[in-house]
Design a protein around this ligand. Structure first.
Ligand code: GLV
Ligand code: MN
Ligand code: MN
Length: 498
């Protein structure tokens, strides 16, 4: 079924095509990328006429603030700035590894991304500091600088061949939100921080949210040292990589590095925290809504397990004499799907995301099958039951198929409930901007999972194209980005006055 495209849909389609072109073009065709970027800026400025000047009379708006200083209106974010910054950041990628954005933590592209983020913070006249793990803080000092601040941030590391928006929107958005509040003449009472977290993605060290876990004092030094660095499997450690990247210099050891990054007791450093993020699912777009107000964040349990058989010759070894590790893993993989479906809740999801077969030769019966399994839910107890069923089934299959079994629970973090005062501030901001919104859960995890252990925390979602994420054609439109950053600005302003 086809229908005529509205001007906004046309602009969205053009911009999406531009991003895909950019991602596919690689380093070689920088010129064609620049031509595409001009087209993008043109397409979004064309559509801006219909959305600028949308701010409303204060009489229409709920009271968000202490009466002494109303939230300024309008707080205006232009359509082009953040999308162009996102594309600049997307260029800082290990392009060799594929068509999308790849930015593993503490690599050269990560260092370049950090320099870019710091430069934007400096341009916005924020006071920049970096901690021993490489978390970056850009502070707009409030009129009462000793009060716990308001924070907003996300991550800029990107899994292999992913997109330009996951995490990065939540890093660049707060800097622009602060700049917009400054332009509007707002003066914060509590300081407002824009943050970039180190290593939200688990790609390099096998554990997610390294920077925010450290802030929340939820990371054990011995455990962190035990993790394998995929770029340096023999003797790499997180601290070594941090040292090479210019961090952790003033620390004695990993324990010291971690404790220097702790933000202390709940509410002591931040009075509230908001993460702006693309939804990474299709609900907002399908329901034609602008803003998602997150009420709970699902948490993953990560399970590593292995089947080991005896291998053998693929021609000479008869079928009934084999103990094929891959067949055991295949059987467990379908059980993983079944156990998640059996809960009858959409909130339970389970994925076998890694399956490595050894020795990996066409003429060899698989001797080893190493699996990594991700199970998530907003209900921690239900998730843990699924994990237990997977482990028991793995043991049964191993027995039945005469292979050896081992497993390790890498992490099983508790899901988070978002703070009502933060969700209310986001919802009120959306209402003030006359943006449609709904309350929803986050099925992906985020640094907010750990920031919710540090301070009252909430998340603000914007739609993304078809819900695509962790893939090169991830996309959020300029208008959705503008709406999200403006809503973030108003929510930060109201929380800074609280
Ligand atoms: C975050 O990247 C996630 O996997 O949810
Ligand atoms: Mn991600
Ligand atoms: Mn993310």
């Amino acid at each position: 079924m086809s229908k005529a495209l509205s001007p906004f849909e046309r602009s969205h389609t053009v911009s999406c095509a531009v991003l895909v072109l950019f991602i596919m073009s690689g380093k070689q065709s920088r010129k064609s990328f620049l031509a595409c970027l001009s087209l993008l800026v043109f397409s979004i400025s064309e559509s801006s006429a219909s959305v600028s000047g949308e701010c409303l009379a204060d009489a229409d708006c709920p009271t968000l603030t202490a009466p002494e200083q109303p939230i300024p209106s309008p707080v205006v974010v232009d359509l082009a700035t953040v999308p162009a910054q996102l594309l600049s950041l997307a260029k800082l990628s290990d392009v060799e590894s594929g068509p999308g954005v790849t930015r593993l933590i503490f690599t050269d592209s990560d260092a370049a991304g950090r320099a870019y983020v710091r430069s934007l913070m400096e341009k916005a006249e924020l006071v920049v500091r970096e901690d021993a793990m490489g978390n970056i803080f850009g502070r707009w000092v409030g009129s009462e600088p000793t009060l716990p601040a308001v924070g907003s941030g996300s991550h800029a590391d990107a899994i292999p061949n992913s997109g330009a928006y996951d995490g990065t929107l939540g890093v660049l958005g707060p800097i622009e939100a602060i700049a917009a509040l400054k332009r509007a003449g707002f003066k914060p009472k509590r300081s407002i921080d824009a943050l970039m977290f180190t290593s939200e993605e688990p790609t390099r060290f096998g554990i997610s949210c390294v920077g925010s876990r450290a802030m929340a004092s939820k990371l054990d030094a011995v455990y962190l040292d035990s993790l394998t660095d995929i770029l340096n499997p023999d003797h790499g450690s997180f601290r070594n990589a941090a040292l090479k990247a210019g961090y952790a210099n003033n620390t004695l050891n990993t324990k010291d590095m971690l404790s220097q990054c702790s933000l202390g007791d709940y509410g002591a450093y931040y009075d509230s925290f908001i993460e702006l993020h693309i939804e990474q699912g299709p609900e907002l777009e399908e329901e034609n809504l602008s803003i998602g107000v997150v009420t709970a964040i699902a948490a993953p349990a990560a399970l590593r397990c292995s089947f080991t058989g005896d291998g053998g010759h693929a021609g000479a070894q008869l079928m009934h004499r084999r103990n094929d590790a891959l067949i055991a893993a295949a059987e467990l993989s379908s059980a993983v799907e079944k156990f998640a479906l059996d809960t009858k809740s959409d909130d339970t999801v389970a994925t076998v995301g890694v399956l490595k077969v050894g020795p990996g030769a066409i003429n060899s019966v698989p001797r080893t099958a190493d699996m990594e399994i991700d199970v998530r839910d907003i209900d921690g107890e239900r998730r843990d039951k699924v994990v237990s069923k997977i482990i028991s089934r793995g043991q049964e299959i191993a027995k039945k198929r005469n292979v050896r079994w081992s497993h390790e629970i890498v992490n099983a973090d508790p899901p988070a409930t978002c703070a009502p005062k933060v969700a209310n501030a986001i919802e009120a901001a959306a209402k003030k901007l006359k943006l449609s919104s709904k309350r929803m859960v986050s099925r992906a995890y985020h640094d907010s999972l750990f920031m919710s252990e540090v301070a009252p925390t909430g998340m603000l979602f914007i739609p993304c194209h078809k819900g695509f994420s962790h893939r090169p054609d991830e996309f959020a439109s300029a208008i959705d980005i503008k709406n999200g950053v403006e809503a973030l600005a108003l929510a930060l302003a109201s929380l800074s006055l609280a």
